[in-house]
Design a protein around this ligand. Structure first.
Ligand code: ACO
Length: 325
């Protein structure tokens, strides 16, 4: 029995030019490079320029992904853009990206699952492609978290950065085996009882303002590793594959301690873990495609490699995806 799979044709990313180091942050709030590196692994992050919007970062990442895939933008018929920092309340940032790429057909929409956004967007596009509704999709994670940070709160402002990443997916017939190329399985979860542990204290319907990010860091940390590993075990059970089969583990880049603890619990060797949190900070929905782009560009991720993705974030939301590059 053959199967339709969503195969990755290419990926790309974009980071704003401006780099904000821990040392520079320490001149603005009461913190230190040592504290930030020890607790999070973060050394620097990129910050969007005045007038540089989420859609601008997303368009640059999408163009890089299309170039990497070697395909024309006109062959894309679906754009799913994961973001919690849209250009405007509406319309969706995805339609600005669609228009910026010169595409006037198909569908484009935003998806909001905070730091899990890219995994949720990937699963959404995968289901549309496998159902035959669309043929080629751009899945984008793009954020300007610098715009929703309280720059006087040292507990949160040191953690996040701006950026965007994208992958191009194509529906392809595959043999229907675990050795298939493409997305093999995705698993999504959410539990709204935790929504006040990581949230933005503004919105059109509540305060009519944009608001600032608020987080109970310890509470997030407490739940993260268990949720991440649970949903990865779901991926292993559904696919019949195991940690030994994984070539690359590309987790959401929130905090090196969460990543290390998750990899350790799953018996994934440290050399298989792709880490970019040191240079990017937590870019929320953008972090996974940014990390994928780095590992593809430096030659680590190659065609045929088994890649495991996971994310956890506000909501809480969490999810995993297992794919063969
Ligand atoms: N610099 C110096 N000191 C700080 C800073 C800072 N930037 N931030 C907090 N502190 C202080 C606190 O004020 C506190 O001081 P006190 O003991 O005098 O009160 C002390 O450090 C300890 O504070 P905690 O918040 O308990 O520190 P903790 O060890 O929990 O580390 C951190 C905080 C890094 C946020 C951690 O809880 C964490 O990583 N949580 C996960 C959160 C996360 O990654 N969120 C990302 C979004 S969710 C996601 O993407 C998965």
């Amino acid at each position: 029995m053959t199967a339709i799979r969503s195969v990755v044709l290419g990926c790309g990313s974009y980071l704003p030019q401006r780099v904000l180091t821990n040392a520079e942050l320490a001149t603005k709030v009461d913190t230190s490079d040592e504290w930030i590196v020890q607790r999070t692994g973060i050394r620097e992050r990129h910050i969007a320029a005045e007038g540089e919007f989420t859609s601008h970062l997303a368009i640059r990442a999408a163009q890089a992904a299309l170039a990497n895939a070697g395909i024309d933008a006109q062959s894309i018929d679906l754009i799913v853009l994961a973001t919690s920092t849209p250009d405007y309340t509406f319309p969706a940032t995805a339609v600005a990206v669609q228009s910026g790429l010169g595409i006037h057909h198909g569908a484009a929409f935003d998806l909001q699952a905070v730091c899990s956004g890219f995994v949720f967007a990937l699963a959404t596009a995968d289901n549309f492609l496998r159902a035959g509704a669309f043929k080629r999709a751009l899945v984008i994670g793009a954020e300007t978290f610098s715009r929703i940070l309280d720059w006087t709160d040292r507990g949160t402002c040191v953690l996040f950065g701006d950026g965007a990443g994208a992958v191009v997916l194509e529906a392809q017939e595959q043999p229907g085996k675990p050795s298939d190329r493409g997305i093999l399985t995705t698993h999504l979860r959410s539990d709204g009882r935790h929504r006040s542990k990581l949230f933005v204290d503004g919105g059109p319907s509540s305060t009519r303002t944009v608001g600032h990010l608020r987080m109970e860091g310890r509470e997030v940390f407490k739940h993260a590793v268990g949720m991440i590993t649970d949903v990865i075990v779901d991926a292993f059970n559904a696919s019949g594959l195991s940690a030994d089969d994984i070539d690359w583990f590309v987790p959401h880049q929130a905090n090196k301690r969460i990543i290390d603890a998750s990899a350790h619990k799953l018996h994934i060797a440290p050399e298989k873990v792709v880490l970019t949190v040191d240079r990017h900070g937590n870019t929320s929905a953008a972090s996974i495609p940014l990390a994928l782009s780095v590992a593809v560009a430096d030659g680590r991720i190659k065609r045929g490699d088994l890649v495991l993705l996971e994310a956890m974030g506000g909501g809480f939301t969490w999810g995993s995806a297992l794919l063969r590059w």
